[in-house]
Structure formats: structure tokens, C-alpha cells
Design a protein around this ligand. Structure first.
Ligand code: GLU
Ligand code: ASP
Length: 496
């Protein structure tokens, strides 16, 4: 997008009106609030819906399979951001992509809200994966579009937006978890209503608050390209449908093989990104060095998100099966534990921001912060070894152990999540800047693609080995990264 257009967009957005920020931030904050409300509410009960017996309202799937499906689901949701980014860039523009994405997500939750079969579940999964891919990266891009390049409020704007994400993620598991024992479908229905409210809010306020932000198509397809692309997509869909129709009855395409394909893609796609960026003639020598520096950071991010995302898979199962849920006279829903991560994020994000500010130039460098986040991630798994060590794996443990684990991982998340996106935007070559949002989400996609394999090894009987080896691996990686930090910093060529 040319500079002229950029400034024109900024000028069209009322620059004040939401905590001293552009008015559009109100619209985007609540759109993303409701989208995350529905996503994390759905995820808080989905794993139980899959493995609870049919008599308890579930689908009665094998538990490890359910955990793998949760992981590939999470992976696909972030992988599809590439498609969402492309559609916004070349066909719809970001604002329309957000709207269509929201509609698909809402439909996905509605399908889940109707009592049905495993097949219905997969239909909803496709809708939510595509919808989130269209909404999530694009809504964040519009946040960036509202500020001029030199606007000092930009980082603070993203922090407020990040609070919206976590406020939505905090509220919904509490509500949805409370109705889960009564009916899973009611829970999914609540997620659908959340997305509906987000859409209404978006549509009603976007014209007034967002001005031209999100309305331009940065690199529109020409007529000839459109024809070619649509033919290609049409053919692709037909080929895929035929392949599924043939391979599923033959027993070649099964749950297991599908999970393997997603794991493979989760690793392949970021690898292709790196190779293409590195070899592109548009990439300068300095930018090449920065790409090399980004690789260990990306690997660290994958390890971090692998542990953080197990908070909604393995730890969700731990909450259900290994934790005392009747505690101090109240019955705790296992889904409520999903509110802890966002709660701690909201409480501690200002503390960390203040700490970095106070440390100023003495604050850890980006690679050191990534190393710290791995240390916390590792510790968050090792801490769960203590109750198993003290009381064995047969008796139920106090919920406080899980609370502690979710707290520790959040310390890591605050060293990684706000730092990572900004580091990605600075380290990615200029020619690829439009894709950086998708690139950062690919770390979460790769992490969960790997989790789909890793979670197969979990069972309450071997939990000490499971948490011990993954937590230990994160700490070893943290130490290696810490040792390499000065070297990586050098390769970053002046970026801090
Ligand atoms: N939990 C954050 C969100 O949902 C971060 C996502 C990620 O990068 O994995 O927006
Ligand atoms: N902390 C996550 C994110 O920033 C939310 C979650 O895992 O519930 O959105």
C-alpha cells in the first residue's frame, strides 16, 4: 500500500474516542472480544464433548484421539490465517474478510449447537477453521492501519486490543462451563450468540468508527487472474471432494492419517516461508541475516506454544480426571480452569509492561526474553510433578497445583506473546511485511501440529514421564537459547 493511501486511511479514522485511542479501536476491541469469547468458550468444553460418553451427552470418542483432534483443530485455525490474509489482500479487503469470517464462525457454532453426529462436528470444524482464518489475522491488521507509522500510541493500542482478546477468553469458559453438565449444545449455542453480538457490533459501528480502514484491497487480482484463481480453487475443491469420497470408504483417509497430514503441513508451511523469504531477490543481505536470527526464535515460539496450548488439551483432561473438583463446598467445572490463563494475562500484562519500561535499556533482549518464556513454560509442567511425586497418580490433587501451573506459564507468555509479533514485524523482510501476521501465527500452528502427535503419549499413569520430559526439554532449549542470545542479537542487525 502506498504511503499516500496509508495516510489517507489514518486521516479517515476519528483519532480519539476510546481511551485516547482512535475510535475504531472500540469496534475492533469488541469484535475480537466476542470472537475470542466464542472460540475459547467452545474450546473449553469441546474436548469433554468429544471424549465424554454418549450417556453423558458426549460423542464417546477415545480420549487420546480427542486430544489429538483438539490439537489439529488449533493448528488448522492458525494455519488458515494464510488463506484469510490472502483473501483480504487480493479479493475482499480486510473489513469484508472480518465480516465473512464472523458469519462462518457463527454458523460453525450453530452447527455444534444442534445435537448431532461426529459428521456434524467436522462440518462445524471446517466452518470455524475457515472463519477464524479470515477474521483473526485481519482484525489485527486493521488495528495497525488506524495509526500513522510514527504514532506513539500504536504499541499501547495493540496492548488494549490484547486485553480485549483475553477478556473474551476469560469470560466465556466461566459461562459455558457452567452449562456444560446440563447440555454441551447449549454451551456451543452461547458461543454462537457471542459471535452474533460481535458481528452486530462490527456492522453497526464500523462505518462511523473505522473510516477507510480495512476497505482497500491492497493488491487486487486482475480480471484474468481472478478467472484463473477461481478455476483453480473450483478444481481444487472438486478434487478434494472426490479424494475424500474415495479414500474415506477405502479406509485410507482415517482420523489417524488426517492428523499425520496436518502435522506434516504444520512443519512444511513455515519451512517453505523461510526458504522463499531467504531466496527471494527482493530480500536484502541485512534482511537475510535477520531471517537467520528469526529461525531460533521461531523454534522457541513453537516449543512455548506447544506447552501453552496443552493448557486446553492435556491440562483440561488433568482438570477433569486428576483434580478434586469438589472444593471448599463448591463444585468446580473443569472448564473453568480455562479462564485462569486469560485472567492472569489481564492481571500481569501491565506489571510486565511496567517492568520493561522501568528497566529501559537494561531490559533483556528479544532472544533473552524468548529464553525466559521457555524457562517458565518448562517450570509450568515440572510443577505438576510435585503432587504426583507426593501423592502418587491414583489420588485426586488439589486444584491449586493447576492454578500454579497456569500462573507460571503466563509469566512465560508475557515474555513471548507481546514481544513476538513486534519482533516478527521488524525481522521479516519488507517485501513480505503483509504476511508477517500470518507468519507469527504459524508458530502456534506448528506447535499444535506437533502436539497432535505428542498428546498421544499422555495417560494419567505415565504423567510423571510425560510432564517431566516435555518440561525438561523446554528448559534445555531455554538454556541453549540463552547461550546463543548474543549471537542471535548480532544477526538481528540493530533490531531490539
Ligand atoms: N492467545 C492469543 C490469542 O488467542 C495468542 C494466540 C497465539 O499466537 O497463539 O490471540
Ligand atoms: N492467553 C491467550 C491469548 O492471549 C488466551 C487463552 O489461552 O485463553 O489469547
Amino acid at each position: 500500500m502506498s504511503n499516500y493511501n496509508r495516510q489517507k486511511i489514518v486521516d479517515s479514522v476519528p483519532q480519539k474516542g476510546f481511551f485516547g485511542h482512535p475510535k475504531g479501536l472500540f469496534t475492533l476491541f469488541f469484535t475480537e472480544f466476542w470472537e475470542r469469547f466464542s472460540y475459547y468458550g467452545m474450546r473449553a468444553i469441546l474436548v469433554y464433548y468429544m471424549y465424554y460418553e454418549v450417556s453423558k451427552g458426549g460423542l464417546g470418542l477415545d480420549e487420546n484421539l480427542a486430544l489429538s483432534i483438539m490439537s489439529i483443530y488449533g493448528s488448522l485455525v492458525y494455519m488458515s490465517g494464510i488463506i484469510g490474509g490472502w483473501l483480504a489482500d487480493r479479493i475482499f479487503g480486510t473489513s469484508k474478510a472480518v465480516f465473512y469470517g464472523g458469519i462462518l464462525i457463527m454458523l460453525g457454532h450453530i452447527v455444534l449447537a444442534i445435537p448431532g453426529s461426529v459428521a456434524m462436528f467436522f462440518v462445524s470444524m471446517v466452518l470455524i477453521v475457515l472463519g477464524t482464518g479470515m477474521l483473526k489475522p485481519n482484525v489485527s491488521t486493521v488495528v495497525g492501519e488506524m495509526y500513522s507509522e510514527t504514532d506513539e500510541r500504536r504499541d499501547a493500542g495493540f496492548t488494549i486490543f490484547y486485553m480485549g482478546i483475553n477478556a473474551g477468553a476469560f469470560l466465556s469458559p466461566l459461562i459455558v462451563g457452567s452449562v456444560m453438565d446440563y447440555s454441551f449444545h447449549l454451551g456451543f449455542g452461547i458461543a454462537a450468540v457471542g459471535m452474533f453480538l460481535g458481528l452486530v457490533m462490527f456492522v453497526l459501528t464500523k462505518k462511523k468508527n473505522l473510516g477507510l480502514a480495512g476497505t482497500t484491497i491492497p493488491n487486487p487480482l486482475s480480471k484474468a487472474e481472478k478467472k484463473k484463481t477461481f478455476t483453480f480453487i473450483g478444481l481444487g475443491v472438486v478434487v478434494l471432494a472426490v479424494l475424500c469420497a474415495v479414500l474415506i470408504p477405502m479406509g485410507v483417509l482415517t482420523f489417524a492419517s488426517f492428523i499425520n497430514i496436518v502435522t506434516f503441513l504444520g512443519i512444511l508451511i513455515p519451512t517453505i516461508y523461510f526458504v522463499v523469504m531467504y531466496r527471494s531477490p527482493k530480500t536484502t543481505t541485512v534482511e537475510r541475516s535477520r531471517i537467520i536470527a528469526y529461525i531460533p526464535l521461531f523454534i522457541a515460539a513453537v516449543m512455548f506454544w506447544s506447552i501453552q496450548e496443552q493448557g486446553s488439551t492435556i491440562l483440561a483432561s488433568y482438570a477433569d480426571k486428576r483434580t478434586q473438583l469438589d472444593w471448599m463446598g463448591i463444585h468446580i467445572s473443569p472448564a473453568w480452569f480455562q479462564s485462569l490463563n486469560p485472567l492472569f494475562i489481564i492481571v500481569f500484562a501491565p506489571v510486565f509492561a511496567g517492568l520493561w519500561m522501568k528497566l529501559g535499556k537494561r531490559q533483556p533482549t528479544v532472544p533473552q526474553k524468548f529464553s525466559l518464556s521457555l524457562l517458565f513454560a518448562g517450570l509450568s509442567f515440572l510443577v505438576i510433578l510435585i503432587p504426583a511425586y507426593l501423592g502418587g497418580t491414583d489420588s485426586l490433587v488439589s486444584p491449586m497445583w493447576l492454578v500454579l501451573s497456569y500462573l507460571i506459564v503466563v509469566f512465560g507468555e508475557l515474555c513471548m506473546s507481546p514481544v513476538g509479533l513486534s519482533a516478527t514485524t521488524k525481522l521479516a523482510p519488507a517485501a513480505f511485511s503483509a504476511q508477517t501476521m500470518s507468519l507469527w501465527f504459524l508458530a502456534s500452528a506448528a506447535a499444535q501440529a506437533l502436539n497432535a502427535q505428542v498428546v498421544k503419549f499422555y495417560s494419567p499413569e505415565n504423567e510423571m514421564a510425560y510432564f517431566g520430559s516435555i518440561g525438561g526439554a523446554a528448559i534445555v532449549l531455554s538454556i541453549i537459547l540463552f547461550a546463543l542470545a548474543p549471537k542471535i542479537q548480532g544477526l538481528m542487525k540493530g533490531i531490539r
